[in-house]
Design a protein around this ligand. Structure first.
Ligand code: ATP
Ligand code: MG
Length: 464
């Protein structure tokens, strides 16, 4: 770069003269009058090293320092040493000294000075030296600027890459959620179809039985009364009949038959109830949001899970404690909310059945295993439904990952890890509610659903 190019810049070249000679300032100003006036040079003066450093503190972007060597307070050599310590300052130093001081000039050059000039100053020579030094400083500054620009670009591209990685991660999570949703929807829809199909198939034969049972009951009573009447009058005359009465234990049959019939009636009623429950649970016909009694949904899920609540060889039955509050009908997708109840209940049952509790077998067997279902009004607009078990609970690590799709601690084949992530989507996204878990190891687990009674209340704060 030529000196003219170096000087052809918007900012003036900042030059600091350090010399204890009183006349130097006016001499310099006079010689460089033109350049100072046009703003090409901006000159500063200091009488020793200390003053020079203080000027430098006020003007850290000074380009060139031209310094005498022999000065009071702090000489040129000491100033040069101080300047070398200031790594952040990009300044070049030119030493100016008398011809007899050549030894010191040489030392200064070895100590990092950029150039030197001999006194008395030849101003033409001075100008050439200033321009040459400026050119060098400019080049250095240019290099530094482009280094900073490269760094900045690198930083920006790193930030862009990071942003892309975050977006990819989000897209992956979205994909996983959609995948899990699809699997679960598919699972639930085929389960729903299966359940409603079976319910329909069982319904008719059960109705045959149930519908005829009252007649069978009446007829049996009539036949038994006929036999009794016959016994009272004639039976003792015929030893064969007497013998048969003995043999078949007629008295017992008379006693047992009505009991049998009433227990058959009870059984048939129960099957009808289950069929009703299954239909209620699948609710395939109710894809719309409708106000429903959610207690019915919870009860249906309990009926379906009934078999899993029974006592096992090494553990007592799971007791379900229902603490239902007085709730209005809740506007919701009943079938989906039933799925949530089902997921929470089956998780609780699984946890209780796989709880390796400490204590004697007798103690464990006698200790009640419970699932408490409590419902209540959270405020005028929202309800709270809690499922609490006294099972193994969980660590904070498990608790933090509960709602992630495919997160499971169950062995392969026992769980897909989708139950809670789907439940979360149903409660939070489909119903604008909240699903939270409170649990500590060995302290059981409580899952709390909070949902608005009406979907119009979704936007209202639940704390209001
Ligand atoms: N009541 C609970 N007590 C202890 N741990 C629980 C309870 N409920 C859930 N968990 C933990 O949360 C994990 C995730 O539950 P989630 O219902 O999402 O999946 P899963 O039950 O493992 O499988 P899936 O429900 O898909 O068959 C479980 O594997 C279990 O570790
Ligand atoms: Mg589950």
């Amino acid at each position: 770069m030529s000196p003219t190019t170096a000087l052809a810049r918007n900012m003036p070249a900042k030059i600091l003269f350090v010399d204890d000679e009183p006349d130097l300032e006016s001499l310099i100003c006079q010689k460089f009058r033109q350049k100072i006036r046009t703003g090409e040079y901006q000159v500063f003066f200091a009488h020793n090293g200390v003053e020079a450093l203080s000027t430098l503190r006020e003007q850290p972007d000074i380009d060139i320092i031209l310094t005498d060597i022999n000065m009071p307070v702090m000489d040129g050599m000491a100033l040069l040493a101080k300047l070398n310590e200031l790594v952040t300052i990009m300044v070049k130093t030119v030493v100016i000294s008398a011809y007899g001081d050549l030894g010191n000039i040489r030392k200064a050059m070895n100590g990092g000075a950029f150039d030197f000039l001999i006194k008395p100053i030849n101003f033409q020579d001075l100008e050439i030296t200033i321009n040459k030094t400026l050119c060098h400083v400019q080049q250095l500054k240019e290099n530094e600027r482009s280094r900073q620009e490269r760094e900045e670009k690198l930083r920006q591209s790193e930030a862009r890459e990071r942003e892309k990685a975050i977006q990819l991660e989000l897209a992956l999570q979205n994909l996983q959620r959609t995948q899990s949703q699809l699997i679960q929807t598919e699972k639930m829809s085929s389960l729903g179809q299966l359940i409603s199909g079976i319910a329909h198939e069982i319904n008719n034969p059960v109705n045959f039985i149930y519908g005829n049972l009252s007649y069978v009951n009446d007829y049996t009573h009539q036949l038994l009364s006929l036999i009794t009447l016959y016994q009272d009058h004639d039976a003792h005359k015929y030893p064969e009949i007497e013998a048969l009465i003995e043999k078949i234990e007629l008295e017992f049959i008379k006693e047992d038959m009505p009991k049998m019939l009433s227990s058959m009636k009870l059984g048939a009623e129960r099957i009808r109830q289950i069929v009703l429950t299954l239909r209620n649970f699948s609710r395939l016909d109710e894809a719309e949001m409708k106000p429903v009694n959610i207690h019915e949904g919870i009860d249906s899920s309990l009926v379906i899970l009934h078999g899993q609540l029974k006592a096992k060889p090494n553990s007592s039955a799971i007791q379900v404690i229902q603490e239902y509050g007085d709730l209005p009908q809740i506007e919701c997708y009943a079938c989906q909310l039933n799925q949530v109840f089902m997921n929470l209940l089956s998780n609780g049952i699984y946890a209780l059945n796989h709880y390796d509790k400490k204590g004697s077998p007798e103690q464990i067997k006698n200790e009640p295993r419970t699932i408490t279902i409590a419902t209540s009004m959270l405020n005028r607009e929202w309800v709270r439904i809690s499922f609490k078990d006294n099972g193994p609970g969980m660590t904070s690590d498990v608790r933090n990952r509960l709602f992630n799709p495919f997160f499971t601690t169950k062995p392969v084949g026992d769980g897909t890890g989708l139950g809670l992530s789907i439940s979360y989507q149903i409660v939070v996204e489909k119903h604008g509610g909240d699903l939270k878990c409170f649990s500590q190891p060995d302290q059981g687990a409580e899952f709390v659903i909070e949902i608005p009674i009406k979907q119009s209340a979704r936007v209202q704060m639940k704390a209001s």
